[in-house]
Design a protein around this ligand. Structure first.
Ligand SMILES: C[S@@+](CC[C@H](N)C(=O)[O-])C[C@H]1O[C@@H](n2cnc3c(N)ncnc32)[C@H](O)[C@@H]1O
Length: 329
């Protein structure tokens, strides 16, 4: 891939919306930015909204107040969504005093009452996170994908993944003996699985962006670019507008730019906007560290020192657990 500095591409990062802008990065409240966007002008709205979890950028409020605020913003987003467009809302759980409130369950009626149609509830599974003591450790978040209408853009071919059994054939009926799969690959499903070298794995894990990930910045909960890229490819065409109302450090904008879409974003914190700007510039210069779409995840072989049972644990339950696990692999 050849990279050109931003100025040589003829593109600029604009601070306000204009109809011919290629990239807009607005610093301020998202509702103010939405006001400047024309009706039905955005093909894909994709975001991970503030979670009300009391992160650095958040003031913790009641769940009721949080949802009322979000529902007001979502109504404004509805106005700017293209008739064949989609909204993808990525959320996890709100946890209070050990009680789990799954946010997608709270969000569903908000979108549904607005007349949107749910197309998938995607499970985004990741391998690492907090180890909880009084419940099972959480290892997934969800993405609600809604469309505005019954007709909508959906391009399956660019996001197909390799078939698990490409040599499988029909064993009866008129197609007996013919290959049963699609040579273009298979549908990645709503639990995103099927990395190139991981045909036999249960889950396709796009690693959560944590400290050893090549894309990590100072933002506490950043999107992996490849997660958004998959939606951009499937739910928009080249030249369409993609908007992340809660841009953070600009991961969704980079995914859109990478795939020749128009990228729009609004973010309240000046510090994150500055990083988003630097990351976009670095992308054009070819210096941004991005985990490529579909790159296999590192899986321990079992031979690494950290994957072996340490001497101190030889007399614990660990050896038996490992042996049991081996029986089923
Ligand atoms: C979960 S983070 C999004 C991270 C983003 N997906 C990324 O990859 O960096 C939510 C972001 O929304 C921003 N935010 C919260 N309320 C906002 C508002 N009313 N308008 C604009 N941005 C807001 C926060 O500062 C935070 O960076």
């Amino acid at each position: 891939m050849s990279y050109l500095p931003l100025f040589e591409t003829g593109k600029t990062i604009q601070a306000e919306f204009s109809p011919d802008a290629d990239i807009v990065l607005y610093q301020g409240d998202t509702e103010d930015f939405i006001k400047s966007l024309p009706d039905e002008s955005v093909k894909l709205i994709i975001t991970s909204p503030p979670y009300n979890l009391g992160k650095a950028y958040e003031t913790r409020v009641s769940v009721e107040k949080y949802l009322a605020d979000q529902s007001r913003t979502i109504a404004k987003l509805y106005r700017i969504l293209h008739p064949q467009g989609s909204i993808c809302w990525q959320v996890g759980n709100f946890v209070e005093k050990g009680e789990v409130f799954p946010l997608d369950i709270y969000y569903y009626p908000i979108f549904k009452e607005m007349g949107l149609y749910l197309r998938n509830r995607i499970i985004w599974h990741f391998g690492h996170g907090l180890h909880t003591k009084k419940r099972f450790s959480g290892r997934y978040e969800t993405i609600l994908w809604f469309t505005k209408g019954k007709e909508y853009t959906f391009n399956l071919d660019p996001v197909r993944i390799p078939s698990k059994y490409p040599g499988k054939r029909h064993y009866k009926g008129p197609n007996k003996g013919k290959l049963s799969g699609n040579p273009k690959g298979k549908n990645p499903s709503d639990v995103w699985e099927g990395l190139l070298s991981e045909w036999d794995e249960c889950f396709w894990e796009i690693p959560n962006v944590k400290s050893n990930h090549p894309e990590k910045t100072i933002h506490p909960c950043q999107f992996p670019i490849e997660l958004v890229e998959r939606f951009v490819l499937a739910l928009t065409d080249e030249g369409d507008r993609v908007f992340d109302p809660y841009t953070g450090v600009g991961s969704a904008l980079i995914a859109a730019i990478k795939r020749n879409r128009i990228a729009l974003g609004s973010e309240r914190e000046a510090e994150y906007v500055a990083i988003a700007r630097e990351r976009i510039q670095a992308y054009f210069e070819g210096t941004l560290r991005v985990r490529p779409l579909g790159k296999p995840i590192h899986k321990p072989t079992g031979r690494e020192k950290v994957a072996q049972i340490p001497p101190e644990w030889q007399t614990t339950e660990q050896p038996r657990l490992l042996e049991e696990k081996g029986k089923y692999e």
